[in-house]
Write a protein that binds this ligand. Structure first.
Ligand SMILES: CC(=O)SCCNC(=O)CCNC(=O)[C@H](O)C(C)(C)COP(=O)(O)OP(=O)(O)OC[C@H]1O[C@@H](n2cnc3c(N)ncnc32)[C@H](O)[C@@H]1OP(=O)(O)O
Length: 501
């Protein structure tokens, strides 16, 4: 049990351990952007990188220290005074001195002895504290170390002046019982942190066990990025401590923005089912859940999506029931009789049965078919042409807008971007909408693959999702966007300015 009056702080290591995820490399600008987002969330410490890695990394760490944040900014250092010197060059507030603690790491990796390792650790801590650095000593591979030796190492570090010692489950090897046993032993000696990895999917369980046993600083990464299966995810630790134990760590409302910022910068997409920040975390498709949620929004959610800066969404698919159909139609200003709703729900399920995700546009088309309500299109795509490969990708579109033909062209970073500019030019700014999301999936293999483009466009407080499948990605994208625009504008009176708008 963790009492709610415990103070627990978050140390974020996205910029160091998170960046060690294969394929991830952050530019100095990206590190700065993420550090600012971490500061907004209120983490206590930002491990900005490993100064020993090279001049580029040192430049990036220095950019973060230059921000003069409230959060303590630190660097990873191996057990080498040279690494501490390099960290000092970046003007960090503190260092994590990583020393081996298991026999495997002491003898097999660093090639020293258990006794010499203690001596070196004490010397390094004194060296770093002499330079006015905040010092955390991390006993690398601590979960596989002999616990008596780990405690001796911690005592040596603390006696030499280290601010804290960190229990590291470096390879994500252990479980909550051993974590609790080790951390409670270390906590008798002084302040303890915990650094857990998710190789067994036990990162959060071990972090919470560490807190229960006395750790008061938890190393995390945003989105759980990190070596191999990753580190424990900041958003998961923060929400678990808040929701289950009533302990505040960071500003929870910042979590979604933080997750998106890191995902964009690293190029690592979030799994849809990821706790807290995944696309599906507050999305309901199945009929029973949707119906229950519409009756009481707490019915199928542990906490409100707004708590973590998100919104609830209803999705359509194989498991949709009448309540979900009625609510989604209402969002688009469509009313239907009970019989029509039942028929539309049956057709949505049928479409879902074919393995398709059902979009808003699908639902509205089914509804029109069932109710016999024809509607006039506000925007229709007559033609699109795009060229790429030259200096500037360009596109031209011919649209029918409110009964009148409009032709426009645009340029962009690629043919799709150019086509979007052309559409914007053709419809005018008063009828513009925001492209909220854009996904492309190859449905078939090979260079002749059919691609499915799914776009969500929003205008005021409404959004519409449309999917199109074609061999030509530009055509599919433009078709989907024009359809979404058409659906968004259909409920408005005179959304278009004159042609010369
Ligand atoms: C659990 C963790 O996350 S550990 C952090 C991992 N982070 C990194 O590796 C940071 C990025 N790494 C790098 O930029 C490079 O590996 C550098 C600059 C640190 C070192 O590069 P190189 O000199 O080419 O060494 P290389 O990468 O081949 O090997 C690592 C060296 O660090 C030593 N080392 C590893 N851990 C420690 C430690 N805790 N204390 C002292 N030395 C250590 C190894 O023994 C090895 O030294 P050796 O070549 O004398 O055997």
């Amino acid at each position: 049990m963790i009492p709610s009056d415990r103070t627990v702080r978050i140390l974020d290591t996205t910029l160091r351990d998170g960046e060690q995820a294969p394929g991830v490399s952050l530019s100095p600008d990206e590190k700065v952007e993420i550090a600012r987002a971490l500061e907004r969330a209120g983490v206590s410490t930002i491990e900005a990188g490993s100064a020993c890695t090279g001049t580029g990394e040192r430049r990036a760490i220095s950019r973060v220290t230059d921000l003069d944040l409230e959060a303590r900014v630190t660097s990873f250092c191996r057990g080498l005074t040279g690494d501490v010197d390099l960290a000092l060059e970046c003007d960090v507030d503190g260092v994590h001195i990583v020393v081996p603690s298991s026999d495997r790491h002491v003898e097999g990796k660093v090639g020293t002895s258990l006794g010499d390792n203690l001596v070196t650790t004490a010397e390094l801590v004194e060296y770093a504290t002499d330079h006015d650095l905040w010092v955390e000593v991390i006993g690398e591979d601590g979960s596989r170390a002999d616990l008596d030796y780990l405690a001796e190492l911690a005592e040596t570090a603390l006696d030499a002046g280290a601010d804290r010692f960190c229990f590291a489950d470096t390879v994500g090897h252990t479980g909550p019982e051993h974590t609790a046993k080790a951390v409670s032993r270390l906590a008798e000696l002084g302040p303890v942190s915990a650094h857990t990895h998710d190789d067994l999917g036990l990162g959060v369980a071990n972090a919470l066990a560490a807190v229960a046993a006395g750790a008061d600083l938890i190393h995390c990464t945003v989105d759980g990025l990190g070596e191999r299966a990753g580190n424990v995810a900041l958003e998961e630790v923060a929400i678990a401590l808040s929701h289950v134990y009533d302990i505040d760590t960071v500003d929870l409302e910042e979590l979604y923005d933080l997750a998106q910022t890191v995902s964009r910068a690293t190029g690592v997409q979030l799994p849809p089912n990821k706790a807290v920040v995944g696309e599906n975390a507050f999305t309901h498709e199945s009929g029973i859940h949707t119906d229950g949620t519409l009756k009481d929004d707490k019915m199928y959610e542990p906490y409100a999506p707004e708590t973590v800066g998100r919104e609830r969404r209803l999705a359509l698919g194989k498991h949709t029931g009448r309540a979900g159909v009625e609510a989604t139609l209402a969002e688009h200003g469509v009313e239907a009789t009970d019989d029509a709703v039942a028929e539309i729900a049956a057709r949505v399920t049928e479409l879902g049965d074919r393995g398709r995700r059902v979009t808003d546009a699908d639902l509205l088309a089914i509804a029109e078919d069932v109710t016999g309500d024809d509607r006039e299109r506000m925007v229709d795509l007559l033609d699109v042409q795009a060229t790429s490969g030259g200096a500037v990708p360009t596109a031209s579109v011919r649209l029918e807008v409110d009964g009148e033909q409009r032709v426009a062209s645009g340029t962009g970073s690629g043919p799709v971007d150019a086509a979007v500019s052309a559409i914007r030019e053709a419809i005018g700014s008063r009828a513009d909408a925001e492209l909220e999301s854009y996904h492309v999936d190859a449905v078939t293999g090979g260079t002749d693959a059919v691609v499915t483009v799914e776009v969500t466009m929003g205008r005021d407080d409404r959004s519409v999702t449309v999917a199109r499948s074609e061999a030509d990605i530009t055509r599919a994208s433009v078709d989907a966007m024009v359809d979404a625009l058409d659906r968004l504008l259909a409920t408005e009176e005179k959304p278009f300015a004159p042609a010369d708008d």
